[in-house]
Each structure stands twice: as C-alpha cells, then as structure tokens.
Design a protein around this ligand. Structure first.
Ligand code: ATP
Ligand code: MG
Length: 734
C-alpha cells in the first residue's frame, strides 16, 4: 500500500504528502500536482498515520473534483474513503446547517435560492421600495449584497457604513428588506450558506467545538479563490484541541496565485499572501515540475502570465518534449471559427487520433457556446455544455421544483408565486398583488395567505381559483403523510394533477417534447435519490436540498465520450489533451472592462485578472492548444470587429503555428517561418496592412478563411508584441 502512495512523487511532493501536523501551504503553478498531492496526503494520513477518515475534511472547488478525490483515495487505500468528508464549501455548509440551523431561528428544511430566485425577489423589493425599475437594476443590488456578505458585513453594519451616501443608503434599505424576506421565506441564498454557518459557529461554541474536534485535518484545494468569509470559516474550524492541551492548526491549503480568477466573486488573494502571517508556523512547499503539458504549452503560459506585475515569480518546467506548436487562426466570423473547430474534432476522431472526450472548447462567456453547439450538431459530435443552462435551471424543472417546495415548505414565496398560474388558471397579477399585500399586512407567507383566500378582500371570483390551487397543494401534503408514498410518485402526481403534463402535451412541439423528457429525467432523479437513501430515510426536503446543490459539472461523467464546452472559469482544475481557446479577441477576452475601462487603475486590475484566466485556459491543455479568433462577430445585436487578443501577441511567436491550428495532426499546416514571412513588415504584428488570402489552408481543417485574407486594419495582433517575453522563455531554457 504505502509504496503506492509515495511512488512516482517528486521530493517536494513527497515532503508535502508526508507532512503530518501544523499548517501547510503549497504554492505552485498549474499542473504541478497540487490536487494530486492533496489526494495522496489524505491517503497517507489514513494509511500511515492511522488517522480515522472521519476526522478528515477536504474542500474542493466543484463536486466533480470532490468525487474524483474520493475515488482516488479509495483506489490507493482501499478502505474508509466513504467516511472522509470531501465536498465543496457550499455543500459542507448545507450539511452543517441542515443539522443545526434551528439555533439561528430557521427551519431545517430551508430553501436555497439560486440566481433566478434572487432576481425575482429583488425585483419585488425594488417595486416595494417604490424605486424606478428602469433606473435600479436588480443585478446591481444583488452584487452589492453579495459583496457585503463575502466580507461578512450584515445589513445593519452595511446601513451604518452607508450613512450620508444616498445611493448606498438605498442599497442598505434593499439589503435589509432582502434579508427579512429571505428569513420569512425560510430561505438562504448561496452566500448565506457560508455566512450563516460562520454566524452559527460564532454564537454557539458547542457546535463549533463539535466540528473542531471532528475535522482534525482540513485540506483546501484552489485556495487562491477563497473569499474572506470562506477563510473565516476555515480558520474557525481548523483549531483543534491537541493532546498536550494546546491547539493545533492542521490545515493544508494548496493554490496558485496566478490562477486566482474569482475576484469578481470576492475571492481574496490576500488569503494566500497572508496565510503565513495568520499561521506563523506554516511550512511552505513549492512544486515546480509540471506534469500536464508539453514544453511549448508551458512556455506559452509562462510568457503570458509574465506580463502581470503583481505576482510571485514561479519557475515551472516540464521534462516533456516540446510537442506541437500552439495553433492560431483568425476567421472571418464566429461561424467559420466554430465550423473549423468542429470539423477538426470530427476528423481527428474519424482518423482514430483521439476520442471526443479528449477535447474541450473554452470560451470567455456563456453566450459564445450557441454557435459551437450548432456546428457540433451539424457534425454529429456529442457534446455537453458545462455550467450554462444547468438542468436544474430549465424552466420546466424549476416549475416542478417550485411545486415541490411549496408542498414541502409553504414559506417560500418566490416558488409559490412562480407556479400559482402555471399552467394557466386564470389567476391574474392584480389578484397576486392583493394576496401579497394581505401576506405583508398579516406577516405571513404568500402561500399561507392563499390559504386565507376566503378572507382576502377584492379578489372576487378569483377566490374560487385560489381555493382550488390550495386544495391541490394540500392534497399532496396529505398524500405525503403516508410513509409508503414515494417522492417519485409525488413528482409524477404533481406533473399530472396540476395539468403541467397536459399543457406540454397539447403544445406538441419538439420543444415541449424535450421538456417532457427533462421532467422524466427529474422523476428518474427522484427515484435514484430514494434508492440511495433507503436506509437513512429519503425525504422531500432532503431531495430538494440535494437538487439545489448540484452544479452542472457534477453531471459530467468521465466515462462518456463527449466533447465538453465550458467557460474558462468552469475549466479550473481540469485537464484535456486537446484544448480550443476560442474567441481570442480584445473586447471579448480580455473583456471590454479590461480593454476599454474608464478608470485606468481598475482596468489594469481587470486586465491582470483576465490574464490569469488566460493562464488557466492555456494550462488546461496537455498535448495541443489551438487559439482562434473571429474578425467580426454578432454581439449585442450588432456586428463587432475585434482585434485579435493581446494575449496572443504575448505568446512568443516561435511557439505559434499560424493559419491552420485546429486539426490534431501536426503536419500539413503552414510553418511558423512561412507564417512570419507573410506578415506585413516581417514580424511587426502591428496594425498595418494584412495580406490577402495567402494563408488559406484546407489541408487540416481551418479551411478557406483562415486569418489574413482581408483588408487593411485587420491586423494580426495589437502592436504590443513583446520580444522580451520571448527572450525570457528562451533563457529559462527548460
Ligand atoms: P491545477 O493548478 O490546474 O489545479 P494541479 O497542480 O492541481 O493543477 P494536478 O491536477 O494535481 O495538478 O496534476 C496535473 C497532472 O499531472 C495530473 O494528470 C496528475 O495526475 C499528474 N501528476 C502530478 N504529479 C505527478 C507525478 N509525480 N507523476 C506523474 N504524474 C503526476
Ligand atoms: Mg488542481
């Protein structure tokens, strides 16, 4: 066993894996085995130090990563892995809160509001506060609130700080109302999951002690993206009474400051930089060998990130070969770009060079996926979009879940309002408003107000309609009292008896057919949930909880042979043999805020964050990286003409193979030398004339309109070519 755990590790990795007690910080670049070290360390703790798996907590970034980690430990140790607590921050907090949240005055069956629910709620609040919805956007309010929560600033504290600032005073009122309504609905938003757990720990020493004692070894992956609240949470828990009567901080965090990409979500890079201050006895280990990518890919990544000023310099090298060049192409428009990528994937799979699952297409924003979907479908390529419209965010799924929540917990107004007239029951907005007012006056939930339908004034004939809606919900509640009545059956009954199924069947379009299939999938999900919880008791609340927390990436099964499409953010921590980084255009990636931002300081910071994102993207690739951009694309209702991303010009040109770029075959393209020869003015990459048509290359995929067949001004690069970057990489000489 033991040999297995340490086998193949380099000396620094081994040192980290063998580390037993006290704080440990592993700071290292992409692909250097940080996640692997965490996994092996868990195995080592169990196998060598005889730590009970029950005392281990590992926090990962996605549920997928959690699953993989557990599986790996299982492979190495062969026992106990089911007792390790491996999960994301959010799932961890949900588990803790489900157990103890009553001390904060919530019910354990609390609902978790997703972004949609939050927006619906905030729209109501804006209306309630008599603010002009044209001027005040719910998104801005929600951002303010989320940022405050990330910094652990509650509504009262926020209001205090806001005094004297008109706009912030308005935010403060909205924040207060938002909190009140969430509480009345027995609901938490995503940020609350962390904040309420902290609050609970701070106010209840006994609960905190329980977890401090339980989680004697805590490990955190992707530590660079933790925010202030998350750090507070970790540091509260990572304080275990030791045998000699003192306190131990058996906390091991791994991260890469160059991959910090969630500043917009409050990630606090200072968490890394201050770790050693917080824990003066920290052992710091750096890993420098990259095991993932070829030399060329690594050189490109290093060169790009080198343009950031605020960073800790790291040397990352690989013993792998140079490998393929970095492929680069500019296309006429986004359709040609997607066409080229799709045809290249199709051909590579046809030739037997690779499987679909070896490919990932990464882009900056979710909206970019649509065109790729269309083309992939044309080529019959199986694919999945990670993180876009999550299964659970589809309308029909949210509707059915809203029914289930109303049945489970009539306190959730957003859910009840969502479905009161879906399918149509002739209940209008005026009636809904009257019911809402009644609810506010009486301090009860919307659904409970509905139950009083006979007493609500001025609703006329609608009363009967409300009555039958209430009757329906109550009949489900009665059914649920029967212990033999399954959740699967409940979902079936809801779909049928509410008329939802009939509504879709009548519609009889392909879309409604797809919706019915999705609902069937939800029913399957309910059945499998019940199977899994046969012993510890399946409940409707438990089912809703599980459903609320699955991020889309969790549904990605490694064994399925499909191409994955996702944003760069979702790709963190993952690796693929072939990566397409698409839409590499100034204004897209780096995004408009970084390129055109008015405040220069802020724009510069944005740019550094975008560059880290680019570093993340490049370092996902193991064997081959293809970059592409489009000369024009349709965006926000107009044709945009973007320059190629400055990040492309930050890659030393000798690493780039241009004009082709998509096929997995390395032959048949245009050589870098040839590519340079065709550049106007040699290698200026500036804004001068570009040549026409000389680079069309049809032999390996990017047919026809590869870069260069256009007119003046459509240059290649941004004039910020950086010969120094090339120099540096050359000198580093790995
Ligand atoms: P990221 O920063 O992207 O999260 P990471 O530092 O977590 O990367 P891992 O994902 O742990 O890196 O490792 C990258 C790849 O290198 C994985 O495929 C892993 O299995 C492999 N690897 C890591 N260490 C070794 C080793 N000592 N021997 C062989 N392969 C290794
Ligand atoms: Mg990792």
């Amino acid at each position: 066993m033991l040999e297995n755990i340490l086998e193949g590790l380099n000396p620094q990795q081994e040192e980290a894996v063998k580390h037993f007690k006290g704080p440990l910080l592993i700071l290292a670049g992409a692909g250097s085995g940080k996640t692997r070290v965490l996994t092996h360390r868990i195995a080592y703790l169990i196998d060598y130090y005889d730590v009970n798996p029950y005392h281990i907590l590992a926090l990962t970034f996605t549920n997928k990563a959690a699953g993989e980690m557990r599986e790996r430990v299982d492979q190495i140790v062969g026992y106990g892995s089911e007792n390790i607590w491996v999960s994301t921050f959010h799932s961890t907090c949900v588990r803790i809160l489900r157990r103890y949240i009553e001390v904060l005055g919530y019910k354990r069956s609390f609902t978790i509001y997703d972004a949609d629910d939050q927006r619906a709620l905030m729209r109501e609040i804006i209306k309630f506060l008599d603010l002009d919805p044209k001027k005040y956007k719910e998104r801005a309010f929600l951002n303010v609130i989320s940022n405050a929560k990330d910094e652990l600033i509650g509504p009262e504290e926020y209001a205090r700080r806001a005094q004297g600032d008109k706009m912030r005073e308005i935010y403060a009122r909205a924040y207060q109302e938002y909190e009140k309504r969430l509480r009345d609905a027995n609901a938490l938003d995503f940020d609350d999951l962390i904040c309420k757990t902290i609050q609970m720990f701070q106010e209840n020493q006994d609960i905190l002690s329980y977890y401090q004692n339980r989680f004697r070894y805590i490990m955190v992956d992707e530590y660079q993206d933790t925010n202030t609240a998350q750090f507070k949470l970790i540091s509260l828990m990572a304080s275990t009474p030791s045998e000699n009567g003192g306190v131990e901080h058996n906390l091991c965090v791994v991260g890469d400051d160059d991959q910090s990409i969630y500043k917009f979500r409050g990630a606090n890079i200072m968490n890394i930089l201050n770790f050693e201050q917080e824990y003066p006895d920290t052992r710091v280990i750096r890993l420098e060998e990259n095991y993932r990518s070829t030399q060329n890919i690594l050189d490109a990544a290093n060169a790009v990130i080198h343009n950031n000023t605020k960073r800790k310099e790291k040397a990352l090298w690989t013993r792998k070969d140079k490998g393929d060049s970095i492929y680069y192409s500019q296309f006429e428009n986004e359709y040609e770009e997607a066409e080229a990528v799709s045809s290249a994937i199709a051909r590579a799979v046809e030739n037997g060079e690779a499987s679909y699952k070896d490919f990932a297409v990464l882009y900056r924003t979710n909206a970019q996926s649509r065109v790729f979907e269309e083309k992939l479908i044309n080529y019959n390529i199986p694919y999945r979009i990670v993180g876009a419209v999550n299964f659970y965010q589809r309308k029909e799924i949210k509707d059915i879940l809203a029914y289930l929540r109303t049945i489970e917990n009539g306190m959730d107004d957003i859910s009840a309002k969502r479905i009161i007239n879906v399918p149509k029951r002739g209940i209008g907005l005026t009636t809904i408003d009257r019911v809402s007012n009644y609810a506010i006056i009486h301090g009860i939930s919307f659904y409970n107000a509905l139950r009083d339908y006979e007493y609500i004034e001025n609703i006329g004939r609608s009363a009967t309609k409300l009555g039958s809606f209430v009757g329906l919900i109550e009949s489900f509640r009665t059914s649920l009292e029967d212990p033999d009545y399954s959740i699967e059956q409940l979902v079936r009954d809801v779909v049928e008896q509410t008329g939802y199924e009939a509504m879709l069947s009548e519609d009889d379009t392909e879309e409604s057919q797809a919706r019915l299939e999705n609902i069937e999938e939800l029913i399957n999900k309910a059945a499998s949930y019940e199977e899994e919880h046969e012993e510890d008791g399946a409940t409707l609340g438990g089912f809703l909880e599980e459903v609320a927390l699955v991020a889309d990436i969790d549904n990605v099964d490694d064994s399925t042979d499909i191409v994955l499409l996702m944003t760069l953010h979702s790709a963190k921590g993952l690796e693929f043999p072939y990566v397409y980084l698409v839409g590499m255009e100034d204004g897209i990636f780096p995004g408009a805020m970084a390129v055109y931002g008015e405040d220069p300081e802020q724009a510069a910071e944005e740019m550094e964050e975008e560059r880290r994102l680019c570093y993340v993207g490049i370092t996902r690739a193991m064997k081959k990286l293809s970059l592409s951009c489009a000369r024009s694309r349709f965006r926000n209702g107009e044709h945009q003409y973007n320059r190629p991303s400055r990040f492309i010009s930050e890659i030393p040109r000798y690493l780039i193979h241009a004009g082709t770029g998509s096929s997995t075959a390395s032959s048949g393209g245009v050589s870098a030398a040839e590519f340079l020869k065709h550049q106007p003015g040699g290698i200026s990459f500036g804004t001068g004339q570009s040549n026409r048509g000389s680079f069309s290359n049809t032999s390996n995929g990017f047919s026809g309109s590869s870069y260069g067949n256009g007119s003046a001004g459509r240059s290649y690069g941004t004039g910020t070519w950086n010969p120094a970057a090339e120099q540096r990489v050359k000198q580093s000489g790995h």
